[in-house]
Design a binder for this molecule. Structure first.
Ligand code: PFF
Length: 463
């Protein structure tokens, strides 16, 4: 497989085409990063983990671990210009080390499949709420009525399964069409529109009378609530929300034009992503307190709070419908990137068409998704290790596989790859390069390893 690679990395081309501009790349990575992780997951994991301390650890993880990992992933992707498995193998061999680094790519492909198997179910839940909002089901509804709507929906494996199926169908459709067509346009419209609606919701939540309480919950840390398991969850959330640690950004980096700045693009994506998650928290927590809900209620939190706000505001049917449409779009552009590493691998390795590969991988993920569909109803009491099937998939993929993938990626970029190669991709050995190298060689790997070892209890407390 390595024989047909150009020896000069600058001359390599991706088989799948390239982004039309730097902006197209930033939009695509932002489309991948901004999704259910920001609006559905961030508020509920922050709520489950006690708020402030979790949020601050998450922000720190984004800045000092997430950014260097993202830059590393993009630089490896662009240098290899192949799917993550082939890229890791090729670069391993090229740097005079082992081709076995492809195992990192393989783990990423697997993580993408596992994540999308539950992500698509929540994507389907979001899609279902487009129709519920449009039908006026939330207008004037009380917290109890909204909870009843949500329970009725997730309680039926057929409803949840139906929308999961539609959502997967949509994702397969776009991936089959290829990286550029459709995706760029969708993201160009979606991210600004989503931001605008979040600001409308923010105005509503500021007026709820509980904004101060929400703010306090989010930002005033109660360090006594922080355990190593919580820190692991905050780190996992940072990886998940930035789409790093599994090769999605590496796959997108493979289509990146040579002259684009990797550090500038990464910073732009991280800022957009973190702002949207923070906004989501600022919208949701005041509503939680205003309506006497429990911030730790779990995956249904967004679906319990936002419909209430829409149900009470003027124009709520329109705003609510639009919001869930946008959230479905956001989930959709992320779902595509979750499939991309696996699809690119099948296309390159087995010579299938994109459409065949998308259907094959998408079909597999669709079937696996029923594990999560059933976790909310028929198998809700079937619990082991971390809880339901969904809880286990979520913990394994987000809190373990992504940080582990990220660890191996920065170690590769920082230690295995020679200085010339990485400096070549990161635009020369200036200050940003030096900062990246310290973070990638020391801060990020040690940080990730430390949190892992602490969370499994392998490092004793010093005090
Ligand atoms: N970043 C996406 C979100 O926040 O919803 C989820 C995601 C997409 C994770 C792509 C990982 C990935 F590779």
């Amino acid at each position: 497989m390595l024989s047909n690679q150009a020896a000069d990395p600058g001359k390599r081309k991706s088989l799948h085409g390239h982004w039309s501009s730097r902006m197209a790349f930033i939009l695509a990575v932002t489309g991948s990063a901004v999704g259910l992780g920001n609006i559905w997951k961030f508020p509920y994991v922050a709520g489950q983990n006690g708020g402030g301390a979790f949020v601050l650890v998450y922000l720190a993880c984004v800045a000092i671990i997430g950014l260097p990992v993202m830059m590393s992933e993009i630089l490896l992707g662009r240098r290899g210009r192949r799917n993550p498995i082939a890229t890791m193998g090729l670069l391993g061999a090229e740097e005079g080390k082992s081709e076995n680094w492809k195992v990192v790519g393989a783990m990423g492909v697997m993580a993408g499949v596992l994540i999308l198997s539950f992500y698509a179910v929540i994507g389907g839940w979001t899609l279902a709420y487009v129709f519920k909002s449009a039908s006026g089901a939330f207008t004037g509804a009380s917290a109890a009525e909204i909870a009843a709507i949500s329970n009725r929906f997730t309680g039926s494996w057929m409803s949840l399964g139906l929308y999961h199926t539609i959502f997967m169908g949509l994702s397969i459709f776009v991936v089959a069409r290829g990286v550029e067509r459709g995706l760029e346009q969708a993201v160009r419209f979606m991210v600004p529109a989503l931001l605008f609606l979040m600001i409308v919701l923010l105005a509503y939540s500021i007026n709820s009378g509980y904004f101060g309480q929400g703010l306090e919950f989010m930002f005033s840390p109660d360090w006594s609530k922080l355990t190593w398991d919580t820190v692991l969850a905050a780190m996992g959330q940072a990886f998940f929300t930035l789409s790093i640690g599994m090769g999605a950004v590496m796959a997108y980096g493979a289509y990146l034009p040579e002259e684009t700045s990797i550090s500038g693009s990464s910073a732009a994506v991280a800022i957009a992503d973190t702002s949207i998650a923070t906004l989501a928290g600022l919208v949701i927590f005041p509503l939680v307190f205003a309506n006497g809900l429990n911030p730790g209620e779990g995956p249904g939190l967004v679906f319990a709070t936002l419909p209430m706000a829409f149900g009470q505001m003027t124009g709520g049917v329109i705003f609510g419908t639009l919001f869930f449409v946008l959230l479905t779009f956001a989930a959709w552009t992320s779902a595509i990137s979750l499939m991309e590493p696996a699809v690119a691998w099948i296309v390159e390795r087995f010579n299938h068409t994109r459409a065949q590969a998308a259907m094959l991988i998408g079909g597999l993920i669709w079937a696996a998704g029923f594990g999560t569909v059933l976790s909310f109803n028929v198998l809700a009491d079937f619990k082991f290790w971390r809880g339901t099937i969904f809880d286990n998939l979520d913990h394994l993929s987000i809190n373990i596989m992504l940080p582990l993938g990220g660890l191996l990626i920065v170690v590769f970029a920082g230690w295995v790859m020679c200085r010339n190669s990485s400096a070549d991709e990161l635009g020369g050995a200036g200050t940003i390069y030096r900062l990246w190298r310290v973070l990638a060689r020391f801060v990020a790997p040690i940080g990730i390893l430390f949190v892992f070892l602490k969370a499994v209890g392998l490092l004793p407390d010093l005090s």
